[in-house]
Design a protein. Sequence first.
Length: 235
Amino acid sequence: MIGLKERVLLVEDEPGIVKGLSHSMERDGYQVTSARDGEEGLRLALQTKPDMIILDLMLPGMDGLSICRELRQRPQTRDIPIIMLTAKRDDVDRIVGLEMGADDYVTKPFNTRELLARMKAVMRRMKRRTDEEDARINAGVLTIDPEARIATKSGAPLPELTAKEFDLLHLMALHPGRVFEREDLLRIVWGMEHYDTRTVDVCVGRLRKKIEDNPAKPVFIVTRWGVGYTFNPEG
Ligand code: CA
């Protein structure tokens, strides 16, 4: 990505901060777009899918936490790093909490250099995460290649996996041994547009037919009764 500027969306209603921050970020090589209220911020985030969002907590209209929640619920924006600007120490627990999912925060009044350093750190973490997610996974006889979106078993390509089947397999294989609840899988793989957890069971059933020797006795995607599914990398 050399030569491409990272695009930052700044959602902030105080003109002085917008002006000062935009200037500093541009000087540091970012391409900055700004929004002055919550609705415009959300709209621009969804339309332009920036590389990072600097999000003020207190905004006219929709507040920063609601925007954060909205963005985290949508598959196309859930991975965009978000740094929150907040004046209230009390909100910090909620801001960086798992559900809100901000990646970091700075408390107003803040030092611009401090914020720029946080932005770099968050970008680095993001890059590392992306590299891990793009890496090929070997799990026993299974190989999963996320860049080519191909899975093989003992070297032979598996019968065509649908997009969701591939995403489900890849997500679970990225976290071997972790137990995923059906609701988690629905949220992560399908986004929020489906609410029926049977969707997950149907997808797992089809996937097992393609990857397991005996789908009735699965060894890769294992059911944890009453909880969900887990991926066993040993097969
Ligand atoms: Ca504000």
